[in-house]
Design a protein around this ligand. Sequence first.
Ligand SMILES: [Zn+2]
Length: 291
Amino acid sequence: MAERDRQIKVIDQDKNIRLFLARTTNLVEEARQRHNTSATAAAALGRVMTAAVMMASDLKGLEDSLTIRVKGNGPAGTIIATADTCGGVRGFITNPTADLPETAFGKLAVGELVGTQGFLEVVKDLGLKQPFSGHIELVSGEIAEDLAHYFLVSEQVPALVSLGVLVAPNLNVQAAGGLIVQAMPGARDEILKIIEDNILRSGTISSLMDSYDSLEEIVPMIMEGVDYEIIENNYLQFQCKCNRDKLLGVLRGLSSEERRDMQQDEEIEVVCNFCQQRYHYKPDELEDQKN
Ligand SMILES: [Zn+2]
């Protein structure tokens, strides 16, 4: 049985090529269940969540977070994933039940579900007044290609990105994961070429995650012919930051008109968009608590 969701970071001997490798099977399966998604929507949401949790691991502050927002012209609507620096990630998709037939190659039609036109935005909230944000036009809607384009255009970092979610016929997420190779300034082309060829030879990221129980078995295949060291290792999990008080704060912040509408009911139910947790409030709880 495969290990817990986990990410490891690797650096090459020259210290300018970085590999991020993550297994996200369980957290994508949890998102699929919570949002009751179709197979294709699970793959789309899972790819965005996988990318977000990998990229967030690069932030420094404990309170920092990273959000990827993908808004394409496909039936999925908007997909959002927010991750923290401790390996927690949550996700949202506007139309979780949207689905499409597989492509001619027998793949889930993620690009079509997301849409090939639209944008991808990365927002890094670093506790400053103005969060960093980068914004690109979608390339294919397949997410990995779009992110590679984002790294190049917004962060000036050439990168190889591979994201994959394998959904079983019973709709369970059988394997999910991601891989990012970043070439920092000074990275040698011949080393990059070796890694790129290794990746092409190794097969898709979801099949690697499905075939190998441990990330440590996969790294040597990807880094074959290159000296490297593992510099980080951390667990990943589905995690939402909502709680009853936080959502009550949102309700109290609504206009008095909006609140009056809700207060018609004896009990007010609010569902968190990110985890589908339901919270219940009495009408008088929505009043301002100034007195
Ligand atoms: Zn939540």
